[in-house]
Every structure is written in structure tokens, then in C-alpha cells.
Design a binder for this molecule. Structure first.
Ligand code: GLU
Length: 366
């Protein structure tokens, strides 16, 4: 369970709260992480760092007293802080002869199949060159990334771990572990050492968002664990301030919480599952049973459509599955409930006569 000796590819996510101190970056901390990461590289591991802290650093530089609630200011602070953050990583890794590279991503990049493959290729190439890619969200260009659902590096790090087939995702924050109850409210809350299944109870006990300059909380960490779990990737959540935390985790010490993977989906399935759905196709029970048995989705099983989407978009099938649809929402509205042969009658003989093929359907099974 905690044996990471065979783990080759590691993603380390470091939160704002532990990277910044007194309105600036905690240089000593960055240096320590660089030192321990270089040790991992020497042992033949490949490491990707997902580093928060750009907004925090930009804010610390210009206006330490501000609370950075305003989106425009957060964008500006991110633009100011990102090069400062990279300069720290670069300087620290240079001491150990390691080159770092900056990769900025957005939710859009991760959702789009083509740019997502581009991202994977560039990260793969950097890893082959023994360079440490340092990733962050491109907060200055994507308002969605700051302050809304996707806007946290927890989710981002899990998506990246999933995309590059990482073996372990190490999530370093100021949270010690997952607890059976909210430790801020209950003094008898106990840490959970290993999670095999992310149940509704775990989600309920996770509570809300964190506070301060970072945007994540326990909820986003659980979501990250889910994404990692579908990629066959273990996730360790631990307090980044613990002494030798990286080395201890890799040595199998029982610190924090390890989330064990449930299944390893194919890369395409993961892309479908992790993609934001453009709409919903409501299907009847029989159709749901069929797709769960790895059959195609036929138009006869379609009851109604929600949202506007193109053919090729990722959509929800009720609340239970995600799929790439062969038909747009307007085409589906015409063909819902009809026999498969109607598809070709309406759209021509070359068109696929199903709404979605089994390879394009992924059941959400957490
Ligand atoms: N990308 C943001 C930053 O660098 C932080 C997002 C997060 O806290 O997860 O400041």
C-alpha cells in the first residue's frame, strides 16, 4: 500500500499556504523541496511539480495587506508573481544542477483532446531530458481558473498526474491528513491512514474550501483523489511542513492519508471522464443497462436532451456516465426515441447509426 519503491513518475503538488511566508515565497522551503526532488531524480524517478503561489507572491510584492478577492487583481498578481515564483524554483534547483521548465495550463487546454495531447508530449519530452516541469494554472488569462470550480491546483495536479500516467501524486498542503470528521470542529477527529473507496460519507466529512490565497480545500483534494484513482495512481495527502516529508512518503512512512486507486482506465476513457460535460443526454433504464454492459447507445433509448452541444462533444448520460456523442443536441432532439436506421435516413448513409459506441462511454464509478 505504501510501498513506492517501484513508483517511477511522481507529481508533487505544493499549495500556496506552505510555499509562501510573510508575503513572499519561503525560499528555504523551496530549496528543501528542490534538494529532496533532486534526490528522487538521482534515484531514477521522474518528477513534475505543480506549484501554486503566483497570486500570493504577486500580491505580496505589490500590496501585502490586500485580500485579493477581486478577479482582475488576482489575474494581475498572478502575472506579477509567476516569474518570481519560477525564479525561486530555478535558483533552488540550480544548486543541485537540475534544470526546471515552466508549463502554464488552463482548464480549456486540459479539456481539449488536441491540446491535452500536446501537453502530454511536451511534459514527456521534458521528463526524458531529466528536466523538472513546474506547472501552474495560467491564472492571468483564464478567469474561470481563479475563484470558480476548476480554479485550484489540486484538481489540476490530479489531471496532470492522470494524463502523464504518474504512479504517485503527492499533495503537500497545510492539512495533515483526511480525518473522519472536520478536525477544526471536532476535537476527537481521527486521521485516516488509507482510503480504498471514496464514499459519500468521506465527501460529506470533507467540508468546504480552504481559506486565504490558495483556492483548494479538502473537497478539492478528494476530487483530486478520485481523478487519480481512475488513472491507477495513488495519492498521498500530507502536511508539507513535516521534516523530510518527500523522502518519508517515498520510504513508505505512514504519514498523512494514502488514497488507493480503484481501476486504471485507458487514456481516452480518462480524457472523457475528466472532461467538463457540454450537456446531458437523458436515457431510459434499458439504455442505461445496455451501456453499462458495454453496448452502444441507440437513439431509441434517448428520452431528452439538456444543453446545446456539437457532435463529438463529451456529455453526461443521466448522472451515471460520460460519453462522446456522435450526434449534436439538435440532431438528437429530432432522433430521440427513434430507430437507429433513422440516423442514416436523416444524416446520410456514411453516418454512424448509434449515438455513442461503447469505447466512447465511461461509467462514473467512484
Ligand atoms: N494558481 C494559483 C496560484 O498560483 C493557486 C491555485 C491554488 O491555490 O490551488 O497562485
Amino acid at each position: 500500500m505504501r510501498n513506492f519503491s517501484k513508483a517511477k513518475r511522481i507529481v508533487i503538488k505544493i499549495g500556496t499556504n506552505i510555499l509562501t511566508r510573510d508575503n513572499g515565497v519561503d525560499t528555504a522551503y523551496v530549496r528543501r523541496i528542490a534538494q529532496h526532488t533532486s534526490e528522487l531524480l538521482k534515484n531514477g524517478k521522474q518528477v513534475v511539480i505543480v506549484s501554486s503561489g503566483a497570486i500570493g507572491m504577486g500580491c505580496g510584492k505589490l500590496d501585502p495587506a490586500s485580500k485579493v478577492k477581486d478577479i482582475k487583481m488576482r489575474q494581475a498578481y498572478a502575472a506579477i508573481g509567476q516569474p518570481l515564483l519560477m525564479a525561486e524554483w530555478r535558483k533552488s534547483f540550480l544548486r543541485y544542477g537540475v534544470t526546471v521548465a515552466q508549463v502554464l495550463v488552463t482548464a480549456e487546454v486540459l479539456n481539449n483532446r488536441k491540446t491535452y495531447l500536446n501537453l502530454r508530449n511536451s511534459v514527456e519530452t521534458l521528463l526524458k531530458l531529466s528536466v523538472v516541469p513546474v506547472l501552474n494554472e495560467n491564472d492571468s488569462v483564464s478567469t474561470d481558473e481563479i475563484g470558480s470550480a476548476f480554479g485550484d491546483n489540486d484538481t489540476l495536479s490530479a489531471l496532470v498526474a492522470s494524463k502523464i500516467d504518474a504512479d504517485v501524486l503527492i499533495m503537500l498542503s497545510d492539512i495533515d491528513a483526511l480525518y473522519d470528521k472536520d478536525p477544526r470542529k471536532f476535537s476527537d477527529a481521527k486521521p485516516i491512514s488509507a482510503v480504498y473507496e471514496i464514499t459519500d460519507e468521506i465527501i460529506r466529512s470533507a467540508g468546504g474550501r480552504g481559506s486565504g490565497l490558495g483556492t483548494g480545500g479538502m473537497k478539492t483534494k478528494i476530487e483530486a483523489a478520485r481523478i487519480a484513482a481512475n488513472a491507477g495512481c495513488r495519492m498521498v495527502l500530507a502536511n508539507g511542513r513535516l521534516k523530510n516529508v518527500l523522502a518519508r512518503i517515498m520510504a513508505g512512512d505512514e504519514i498523512g492519508t494514502v488514497f488507493m486507486p480503484k481501476r486504471k482506465l485507458s487514456n481516452r476513457s480518462r480524457w472523457i471522464l475528466n472532461n467538463a460535460a457540454a450537456g446531458v443526454i437523458n436515457i431510459d433504464e434499458g439504455a442505461m443497462r445496455a451501456v453499462k454492459n458495454r453496448k452502444s447507445l441507440l437513439p431509441s433509448g434517448v428520452v431528452s436532451i439538456k444543453g446545446t452541444f456539437e457532435a463529438g462533444a463529451v456529455v453526461m448520460l443521466n448522472d451515471d456516465a460520460k460519453a462522446v456523442t456522435n450526434l449534436s443536441s439538435s440532431q438528437l432532439k429530432n432522433l430521440a426515441g427513434k430507430h437507429s436506421s433513422e440516423i442514416r435516413k436523416v444524416l446520410g448513409p456514411k453516418h454512424r447509426d448509434v449515438v455513442a459506441i461503447p469505447e466512447d462511454i465511461v461509467i462514473i464509478d467512484y
